[in-house]
Design a protein around this ligand. Structure first.
Ligand SMILES: [Zn+2]
Length: 554
């Protein structure tokens, strides 16, 4: 007898075929069978009217620290995600020597906006090598599955010491060899792969560019080549395509050197117009030469959320605001106080000036507003300054949503174009990062709810395609071949979804990180049941306490 049978749901199995009514039987934490009338199990779940899908596999997160102290990772786990891949963008906490711990924290704080105080309190440093870090992850309790990549910044500083942080230094051949050996050792121990960054946006909290920024070909290709010899592992790299041709040539060489899948974050970047199309073309050329070079595409514009409680507070530059908000927050509602603060803010360059298309996020949150609903358009109509409306939104407890990339045309067509390209998979949710200023961790929910249901009919994407992309396709890229599909033998990581109810609540700031640190959290709606290895982890948005996840080793 099966442990559990999910009866009569609309099965969207992740393979991409049309949804069909079927039962799903689970035994021993794995899918036992998918088919008609599989009888009853020790437990039976009625899934009539619900989609039955694999759990989402989110390949771009930054829970490298959090996964050690937080068993739930609700920002992902509450949105149907059952596997997260961490260690992206070349930053993380292993391998590390004791003397470099503070620096790895400063780097993570600067690059991913995870407060240093949170990491200092949260990390217990039971490891130095990457395999030891994996063991620490494996020993920690988990509601969902976590998988890790070995980050270039850590490799560099481990192999080169302080010189690894200094961009005027070049590693010796022996140091390049050491980095390669450490990457291979990590992958042999179960790491998903090796990650790096050449982004100018990746700066440590002390102002220094991320160590891998200046890594040359000899170093990057040397690491990729040695890792590739294990026959396992992927390469993830963040390039900002300021030198598009150079970056794409480098990625191509990384494919050649490693013989492994290579992926990069793909965005329509400010000031770069439709350069993403040239990137897609470079992917096609690489595919033509037999390489697996893929883009990680975002489900919507990457967006800053400005608020009074978050790191990007549009009123913060005003001395009057700082004085008043500390002693009497209610006073901010008074017209004379508002006038004084706005006067102090006039002439201050803020995010709203840099990115003129800013919006009120609203409740329920809307990420697809047209430019006619922007704060600038509303201010022009009302004959007031944009700052006036920004003030009302944030003082009212709301968020100003500033789409930073993927919104250059004032709509979501570029997002769609990148998503549907056959050489991209969904990514870039950045779960665990940018704690109080970005809430893109709900990308998987948005991908399903917006693109699968709410988008204008001519732009909408088939549910079976959306599901396939964010479980089977992402799992395949990460080399996690035991999951991502509802098929006999695969892990029983499953979502039961009421598609009509799929969405996310407005993010709220919760102060539950170590050292009282804050993070934005929203609840996924429409997830009737999420299970990991056949155990129910979330039921209608509430965590059940189940700890059926663990470290996924590739
Ligand atoms: Zn990242």
């Amino acid at each position: 007898m099966h442990d559990l049978v999910i009866k009569g749901g609309t099965v969207v199995d992740g393979a991409g075929g049309a949804p069909r009514t079927a039962d799903v039987a689970i035994a021993g934490g794995h899918i036992a069978a998918v088919g008609d009338d599989l009888g009853s199990g020790r437990r039976t779940l009625d899934a009539d009217g619900l989609l039955v899908t694999p759990g989402w596999v989110d390949i771009h997160s930054h829970y490298d620290g959090q996964a050690l102290w937080d068993p739930v990772l609700e920002t992902s786990a509450g949105h149907g995600v059952t596997t997260v891949v961490m260690g992206n963008c070349g930053v993380g906490f292993a391998p590390v020597r004791p003397e470099h711990r503070p620096w790895t924290i400063a780097l993570m704080e600067g690059v991913e906006d995870i407060p240093g105080a949170v990491l200092e309190e949260g990390l217990d440093w039971r490891w130095q090598t990457f395999p030891e870090y994996l063991d620490a992850l494996a020993a920690a309790p988990h509601a969902i599955e976590v998988a890790a990549q070995v980050p270039h910044a850590a490799l560099r500083v481990f192999a080169m010491g302080e010189r690894g942080i200094d961009h005027s230094e070049v590693p010796t051949d022996a140091e390049v060899d050491a980095m390669g050996r450490l990457a291979a050792e990590a992958v042999a121990a179960g790491a998903v792969g090796f990650s790096s960054s050449r982004s100018r946006n990746h700066v440590a909290s002390d102002g220094r560019l991320t160590p891998s920024f200046s890594a040359g070909d000899r170093e990057l290709l040397g690491i990729a080549r040695t890792m590739g010899r294990t026959g396992k592992g992927v390469v993830e790299i963040n390039v900002d395509t300021r030198d598009l041709e150079g970056d794409m040539a480098l990625l191509r060489r990384l494919c050649e050197a490693s013989g492994r899948p290579v992926s990069m974050g793909l965005l329509q970047r400010p000031g770069q117009g439709d350069a993403y199309r040239q990137v897609l073309q470079a992917f096609e050329e690489a595919a033509g030469a037999g390489h697996m070079l893929l883009g990680q595409a975002a489900a919507r514009p990457t967006g800053l959320l400005e608020s009074l409680g978050g790191r990007v507070n549009p009123l913060a530059p005003s001395p009057a605001y700082r004085e008043i908000s500390g002693c009497d927050p209610d006073a901010l509602q008074k017209p004379e106080v508002k006038a004084r603060i706005l006067a102090e803010l006039s002439g201050q360059a803020d995010m709203t000036a840099r990115f003129p298309l800013a919006f009120e996020l609203g409740d329920p949150p809307r990420y697809d507003r047209p430019p006619s609903e922007s704060l600038a358009a509303r201010a022009a109509e009302a004959g007031v300054e944009v700052k006036d409306l920004v003030y009302d939104v944030v003082v009212g407890g709301g968020f100003v949503y500033v789409p930073v990339s993927n919104y250059l045309d004032g709509d979501l067509r570029a997002v769609r174009e990148m998503l549907v390209h056959p050489l991209t998979v969904p990514g870039l949710s950045d779960g665990g990062a940018h704690c109080t200023m970005i809430a893109d961790f709900d990308y998987p929910t948005f991908l399903l709810g917006y693109w699968g249901r709410d988008a204008p009919e001519d732009l909408r994407l088939p549910i079976e395609w959306v599901v396939q992309q964010q479980c089977a396709a992402t799992a395949r890229l990460a080399g996690l071949h035991d999951r991502g599909m509802l098929e006999a033998g695969k892990r029983a990581d499953v979502n039961l979804i009421d598609l009509a109810a799929v969405g996310a609540t407005v993010p709220a700031l919760v102060h539950d990180l170590p050292a009282g640190g804050a993070r934005l959290l929203s609840r996924g709606t429409g997830y009737a049941v999420t299970m990991v290895a056949g155990e129910v982890t979330f039921e209608h948005g509430t965590y059940t306490g189940a700890l059926a996840g663990g470290l996924a080793r590739v």
